[in-house]
Design a protein around this ligand. Structure first.
Ligand code: AP5
Length: 225
């Protein structure tokens, strides 16, 4: 594996700003972006078998079964553009998913470079998620924190901005419960492997991004030595 290869995981509660940071990191580094939520929403929009299966779980804020998600991620990791580095967003979310990823990495002779944990309180999550609006192409805004230039319209393609179905208050509570119940275990899991890096997600998107970038620059230097 090249010492410069970056294989990254973005971890954090729903609405912590993982997608926001991913967008910026992809401008810094040529990484294959693998966001399971986006992949599942796309499958749903296309009406595929996978999309139909995923819908019932997603709309109640539950996790799509491990075997389904593991299958799509491992397939995506095998694609050419993921060979030189990747950025996983929303995966793994459970210990079995993390174990499956570790087994695949070992098989490929690659390793995870770092797990970037974006930490935000539940109270702030509710504010962020309730104000989030997305364009058809998946571009994200916030009515107060990151408003579009023209209310309700995407700055890039002018399409109408909408609220995600799973951003409705009762579903957000269910998603937060699932996070604390299952995904938060991965904090200790990756910390024990020395891979965890923590970021204060309550700061502005630019401050969080600067911190992540500085951390990655240091990690790359260490890997080169
Ligand atoms: P997914 O799409 O992955 O949802 P999520 O993890 O809940 O994350 P979000 O997309 O809601 O938030 P984010 O952290 O990316 O925040 P964002 O940058 O948008 O998954 C959806 C569903 O798919 C799951 O519930 C599940 O059903 C299923 N699924 C997906 N992966 C799965 C898996 N591995 N296993 C099983 N099921 C799976 O920011 C949020 C808002 O805050 C935005 O409006 C943004 O503008 C604003 N904001 C961002 N950063 C800041 C900041 N620093 N300050 C102020 N505002 C900010």
């Amino acid at each position: 594996m090249s010492p410069l290869e970056l294989n990254l995981i973005l971890l954090g509660p729903p609405g912590a700003g993982k997608g926001t940071q991913a967008e910026r990191l992809r401008e810094d580094f040529p990484l294959a972006y693998i966001a399971t939520g986006d992949m599942l929403r796309e499958a749903r929009a296309q009406g595929t078998e996978l999309g139909r299966k995923a819908q019932e779980y997603m709309e109640r804020g539950d996790f799509v079964p491990d075997e389904v998600v593991i299958g799509i991620v491992l397939e995506r990791l095998a694609a050419d553009d993921a060979r030189d580095g990747f950025l996983l967003d929303g995966f793994p979310r459970t210990v079995p998913q993390a174990d499956a990823l570790a087994a695949e990495m070992a098989e490929l002779g690659r390793r995870i470079t770092a797990v970037l944990l974006v930490e935000v309180s539940d109270e702030e999550i509710v504010k962020r998620v309730s104000g989030r609006r997305v364009s058809k192409a998946g571009r994200t805004y916030h009515v107060d924190y990151d408003p579009p230039k023209h209310p309700g319209r995407c700055d890039v393609d002018g399409t109408l901005l909408v609220q995600r179905e799973d951003d409705k208050p009762d579903v957000v509570q269910a998603r937060l419960r699932k996070y604390h119940e299952a995904t938060a275990q991965l904090i200790d899991y990756y910390d024990a492997q020395g891979l965890l890096r923590r970021f204060d997600g309550a700061r502005s998107p630019t401050e969080v991004h600067d911190h992540i970038r500085a951390t990655l620059a240091t990690l790359r230097l260490e890997n080169e030595l």
